[in-house]
Design a binder for this molecule. Structure first.
Ligand SMILES: [Zn+2]
Length: 95
């Protein structure tokens, strides 16, 4: 997923952004690159500009899964490296 707005400043954190994502629409079907809208981070959430990601075994399992808890459309790649943007007007605790 790529963040179309790279500034990550406090103002941009209050607006939805457009991103590119490889979306899985149905179990086992090829991923499709789509433009998606991402809502601004809510309290106690952060925005992450993904630099790179990969598909792990869990992603592959959920990509092929045709019974609950299968859920589509789905964006795979939860193990990523990225830059974390924080709304500095909120207090955050990192564990
Ligand atoms: Zn994983």
């Amino acid at each position: 997923m790529e963040n179309g707005n790279s500034s990550g400043d406090d103002k941009s954190l209050r607006k939805p952004i457009r991103c590119k994502a490889a979306v899985c629409r149905k179990a086992g079907e090829p991923l499709v690159m789509e433009e998606i809208m991402v809502a601004p981070p809510q309290p106690y959430e952060v925005r992450i500009r993904i630099i790179c990601t990969a598909l792990c075994h869990s992603d592959i399992t959920f990509w092929k899964l045709q019974v609950p808890p299968a859920c589509f459309p789905r964006i795979l790649g939860h193990e990523a490296i990225g830059l974390v943007y924080v709304n500095l007007s909120q207090s955050l605790i990192f564990y």
